[in-house]
Design a protein around this ligand. Sequence first.
Ligand SMILES: [Zn+2]
Length: 229
Amino acid sequence: MVAAAIPQFRPGGQPAHHLSEELLLAYATGGLSEAVALVAAAHLTLCPSCRAELARAQAIGGALVEATPPVAMQAGALDRLLARLDQPAPPAEERLTAGSRDRDIPGPLRAYLPADAENLPWRKVIAGLYEYKLDLPGHQGMASLLRIIPGKAMPQHTHRGHEMTLVLRGDFDDKTGHYGAGDLALTDDTVDHQPVAGAHADCIALAVTDAPLKLTGTFGRLLNPFIRF
Ligand SMILES: [Zn+2]
């Protein structure tokens, strides 16, 4: 049947899997690590409904700040802040040419990439799975772009912490659902899953964990001591 060969797009082309309320609130109040904030910011550029939720969370955060009694500032804090505001930001054009110009790579992520997806120095993890590690000094878990060839299954795994996977290109399925471009998969240590890339195109996703993955399948158990991704 011809129709089965056509990739499925959701109505309106908007993401179906979103940031949780907790993540939105933490993002609004600046409480996320750089890696997690990057995933949140990248999803927000692709998702009108989470942007609307963020505006609501920011209003709540603002009300909370107003209700909090003022605290005396440290000596010189205002001067330091003003000095920082005086420093010129690099021109936007310079930042753009240094990073990716892919249209499907969200703006917040582009600055972390030295090149377009096609020209990144991908590292082969296993056959059909490639990784580009983002430069995020001090981040404990994985913060990578993953590239999975069509139809390829990832090693089965659980997590010691949380995993956030934002699909940028292509799609994947696991037992929790179908994830297309813009969708954010949130999993924790209760989920043992094996994402499988869609059959039509490479799946490129931004994946961040706050602790190393723990591989559980037979193959995964063999790999576990050797890779930390
Ligand atoms: Zn969303």
